[in-house]
Design a protein. Sequence first.
Length: 125
Amino acid sequence: MESSVTVVVVSIFSILVGISIIIFWFRLHLKKKLFETTSTRTPIETKYHVIAELLTASLLIAGGVALLLVHSSLGTTLSLIGLGMLLYANINGPGIYASKGDKSMVRTFYAVMILTVIMIVIETV
């Protein structure tokens, strides 16, 4: 990553997306919709999925903060791992919403996927 502007852009994106993921799952938990009976996932599958999502969020936040505060190789490493996990989640995630006909969530996943790829490219150039 070359300039401090790119560091700030990638950091802010990572932190905001990480926080958004945590809020998303916390809201589902509060609304008692985490283990919906209409879901094709078993409760144990859902638990593992949520843990993976929260780990992704944690790495995004940690990487973003580390990039902003110390500009270290650790920050770059954490950020790239978190962004890679986010990219996987955005490839894998839209399927359940597409099967429900929720086009707005599918579009959201694709928009975040495109932005994630841009952040990875920015960080590695």
